[in-house]
Design a protein around this ligand. Structure first.
Ligand code: SAM
Length: 292
């Protein structure tokens, strides 16, 4: 039996052997606690018939635990210096493929078609690079990939915003964008001490389970997201004032915005943070004909 990668001792041995130095700009904070990794994998509900996509395998700590649990793992890693390390650390696992690419530029759908033929259940599982968590999650959701969901470690503050409910200080356009596609829950809070180097912020693991259908289907998703982003442009402003300043030609169309709010049953003096996703969907559809 070989030793798990994610122990402080083995991780240091590997890093020293290759003279590896962490790049802060790539969000390199590696996990050194095998129990935490197993917990993350547990939350993904994988079986030996499942596949996993990982973003940023580092030296393979999470990749190893995924490889033990499912049929196939594909991991995207941007840092070329990690490739020879991964070749050594993952040598015992012939069900892993490393792709040397920035995940934001990758054709993930095509990779899934090539690597996961005959596999129906696919989860994204990762300890994300913190400088780029939101763009990665949004890419994976907006591309409507055939995945069941996403279980990822990220900054606790971002996890709080993603899973926030209306009327709370954390609720905003990010909560709406992600909850529109998924059911979002924080499943673990993770201390700084289980990483090297330790990050400056607290961490959490969230599970995003994709909805079969969007929460409240809208005429145009692009316009719906424009309305939600515009409604939170200045949190202290009313929804009427935010939309007037944010929508194209909003000032000239103030009366239309006012009547659309009334048609959607939304009092114009409310603030964006008090509106449910259903109310935003209704409002977006009422406004749509006048802005398109
Ligand atoms: N999975 C490892 C672990 O848990 O110990 C490492 C996680 S570390 C937080 C993030 C990893 O993502 C690093 O290996 C980093 O090089 C990689 N990375 C950063 N930006 C990336 C990108 N745009 N595409 C793919 N990988 C990226």
């Amino acid at each position: 039996m070989h030793k798990d990668i994610a122990t402080p001792l083995r991780t240091r041995e590997i890093l020293e052997k290759y003279g590896f130095s962490f790049k802060k700009s790539l969000g390199q904070n590696f996990l050194i606690d095998t129990n935490i990794l197993r917990n993350i994998v547990d939350h993904a509900g994988l079986t030996d018939e499942s596949a996993a996509i990982e973003v940023g395998p580092g030296i393979g700590a999470l990749t190893e635990q995924l490889a033990k649990r499912c049929k196939k793992v594909v991991a995207f890693e941007i840092d070329q210096r990690l490739l020879p390390i991964l070749e050594e650390t993952l040598a015992p696992y012939d069900n892993t493929t490393i792709i040397h690419q920035d995940v934001l530029k990758a054709n993930v759908r095509e990779v899934m078609e090539q690597e996961f033929s005959g596999i129906d259940d696919v989860m994204v599982v990762a300890n994300l690079p913190y400088y780029v968590t939101t763009p990665i999650i949004m890419k994976l959701l907006e591309e409507r990939l055939p995945i069941r969901g996403i279980v990822v470690m990220l900054q606790k503050e971002v996890a709080d915003r993603i899973s926030a409910k209306p009327g709370t200080k954390d609720y905003g356009s990010l909560s709406i964008a992600i909850q529109y596609y998924t059911e979002a829950e924080t499943v673990m809070i993770v201390p700084k001490t289980v990483f090297i180097p330790q990050p400056n912020v607290d961490s959490a693991v969230i599970r995003l389970t994709k909805r079969k259908e969007p929460l409240f289907p809208v005429i145009s998703e692009d316009f719906f997201f424009m309305v939600t982003r515009g409604s939170f442009a200045q949190r202290r402003k009313t929804i009427l004032n935010n939309l007037t300043s944010q929508l194209p030609d909003g000032k000239a169309k103030k009366d239309i915005i006012l009547s659309s709010l009334q048609e959607a049953g939304i009092e114009p003096g409310r603030r964006g943070e008090s509106l449910s996703i259903e109310e935003f969907a209704r409002l977006s559809d009422c406004l749509y004909p006048y802005f398109n």
